[in-house]
Write a protein that binds this ligand. Sequence first.
Ligand code: PQP
Length: 404
Amino acid sequence: MTEALERAVVPPVSDADPFDHDILLDPEPLHQALREAGPVVYLSRYDVHALSRYEHVHAALLDWQHFESGAGAGLSNFRHEKPWRPPSLLLEADPPLHDAPRRVLREVLAPPALRGLREGWSAVAEETVDRVLAAGTEFDAFPALAEAFPLRAFPDVVGLGPDGRENLLPYGNMVFNAFGPRNDLVEADAPRLAGLSAWVNAQCQREALREGSFGAQIWAAADRGDLTYEQAPLVVRSVLSAGFDTTVHGLAACLYALAAHPVEWQRLRERPELARVAFDEAIRWQSPVQTFFRTATADVTVAGAVIPKGTKILMFLGAANRDPVRWHDPDRFDLTRDPSGHVGFGMGIHQCVGQHVARLEAEALLSALARRVEHLELAGTPRRHPNNTLRSWTCLPLRIRPVA
Ligand code: PQP
């Protein structure tokens, strides 16, 4: 035996199903068990290796040369299985193909490009909060705030017409289920797949997008030769796939965190400039995007364990974001900590290109709420909705005391 083989570590095996409903609804016990079992755990049900400690998730996200996205960011391996739709030029691509679409979208969604949105979004947020307050002191914040605000703020900016916007969230829900195994959640989406895809694909066409909008700017990049005309609609599709459910459930996570921690709500009211920290801490604490896969481009050794070439690696972002080795008192939602470095937006070349949009939405909504609401608390048990990737919500009952 060679020395290298003698030193190879055989990773522990788990038959847990991370995509089981009960685990999707309450993933922390599995996360803890996986982190404690070892840096690499073999998940026998899916024939994949899992990473759940911060150090190893972080390192894998940075190492795109060994952990590729081009074979799909879900369980399905695009080298062997036909993807359910043409692969994303951003999420499901590697350099060099990834570079041009990424550069174009980064410029469209960059902080300077978003500056002009702040005032309008603050007004939309105030109006959204006012409507809620007019209706009483107890309400379901999931539809009334977490869904309502992004759907009022972002579709116009993307350039969508008025019709069919009710398809946005179901389409995203389907996209995020599709990264998981072909389980009951994917089956449940199947009847709507063709209809939702047809609507989304139609909105990606140049004629469907308002002049000057983000969508139009993506097409203008094709006019400049920064993208091909075949690529432009797919980059718009990425915005439609990624831009709605993510912020809806991210905002829901943030509202839940603040309602469940009244002391932190007071802190935010006293220092409204903490809105962005509150959002990032909520992203760390809840990890709205729970998991993504990569594929090994070679036999890759992680902490002594060999992950065979061509196999999938499941990265538990939510587990890394609560790794006690990286975070002090990780289960605590705490506005006095510095949450930067969390992997809730990923890390490395695929790190969320929409994160500035998400933060601006959160800042607008939280600021409007903090100005008008003195006290915030849960008025009942929040309900989650299982999704193979997104930590999703369906009901978030809140009780508030408005500012006198
Ligand atoms: C979490 C891109 C990004 C964004 C796509 C696509 C879909 C989802 C996401 C995941 N995503 N934040 O279709 O290009």
